[in-house]
Ligand binder design. Structure first.
Ligand SMILES: Cc1cc2nc3c(=O)[nH]c(=O)nc-3n(C[C@H](O)[C@H](O)[C@H](O)COP(=O)(O)OP(=O)(O)OC[C@H]3O[C@@H](n4cnc5c(N)ncnc54)[C@H](O)[C@@H]3O)c2cc1C
Length: 277
């Protein structure tokens, strides 16, 4: 069973090509992973709870901004104890802006950005220790933060998701199973890692000649093509209708995931073959 991000199967892991059908390799290679970065500093205490006498408000707040940092989160462990600031949490292009910079350069720019928002608040004087920064796309064991399907990727996702059902595969390609959020239709969430893990376990048990407990059938015991189509139609419709009604806004993280889900689940017969766009 493989549980790493699937790009690793053709890069850092030497994988025998004959193990997977060509269509599955295509799905793996065309996966799209989002970039993401986080930069943390430790501070002496949660000084942001100090009250500004001029405004009567705390001197610093959790901050969402169009500036470089995009999101700043404040994490405390009680008054007068060391605390942590996540100076910046970014995705995609916003994450790429940080990629070439080391941790100190990142912190310098992030503090400059915050200074424009909170003039006069001396964050630097509270920092203790060295900053910690992560760019998932620069980590050789990840190569990206999490998968996010692009328009037209429904077909690739379907190949990855359904690979654990191997009765139509030649014998030589059976017995290897993929699991992980990037195999699921809900990439970017831990839940998809769990559900595809369950599918893969079902695949292993089935491959070794086992079966589900009587009265508690595995989800694939009753798998048929028509059942699968009904499932994709239901999910596709459920997500498609609110989008068509304009209820989702792509500005926020939840909206973005909703639209990605729509793209992933969009049954070809509803919208034509999006892969040709
Ligand atoms: C910045 C960020 C924010 C997130 N926020 C949320 C959130 O708010 N809510 C949510 O539900 N999900 C969130 N996620 C997604 C969540 O982290 C993933 O869905 C989940 O971790 C995927 O689990 P996984 O087991 O599929 O893969 P991973 O957790 O990625 O585990 C794969 C493992 O394989 C290892 N590996 C790589 N190569 C090899 C090798 N050759 N041999 C052995 N091991 C190897 C890697 O080191 C890694 O530990 C976030 C992810 C990121 C990056």
């Amino acid at each position: 069973m493989t549980t790493c991000q699937s790009w690793l199967l053709s890069t850092r892991i030497h994988t025998e090509e004959a193990l997977f059908p060509a269509e599955l390799w295509t799905a793996i290679e065309r996966s799209h992973y989002m970039q993401s970065s986080k930069t943390f500093v430790m501070v002496d205490r949660p000084f942001w709870k100090d009250v500004d006498p001029d405004t009567g408000r705390e001197v610093l707040s959790m901050t969402l901004t169009d500036r470089l940092n995009r999101a700043t989160y404040l994490l405390d462990d009680g008054p007068d104890k060391p605390a942590v600031i996540l100076l910046s949490y970014t995705w995609n292009d916003d994450a790429l802006k940080w990629l070439a910079l080391d941790a100190d350069e990142r912190v310098e720019l992030m503090l400059h950005s915050l200074e424009q928002i909170y003039p006069g608040v001396d964050i630097a004087s509270h920092i203790v220790g060295q900053p910690i920064t992560v760019s998932w796309e620069a980590d050789p064991n990840f190569m990206g933060a999490f998968k996010a399907n692009l328009p037209g990727h429904y077909r690739y996702q379907q190949r990855l998701f359904t690979h654990f059902k191997q009765d139509k595969l030649p014998e030589s390609q059976r017995g290897i199973f993929l699991a992980g959020d990037d195999v699921s239709f809900t990439a970017g969430w831990a839940e998809g890692a769990v559900t595809t893990g369950l599918n893969a376990v079902w695949g292993v048990v089935n491959h070794l000649g086992g079966s589900s407990a009587p009265g508690n059938p595995g989800r694939v015991s009753s798998w048929t093509r028509s059942a699968r189509s009904a499932w994709t139609e239901r999910v596709g419709l459920a997500v498609q209708l609110p989008v068509r009604a304009g209820k989702f806004h792509v500005a926020g993280g939840i909206g973005l995931h909703a639209v990605e889900l729509l793209v992933a689940e969009f049954p070809p017969h509803f919208g034509g073959d999006a892969g040709h766009e």
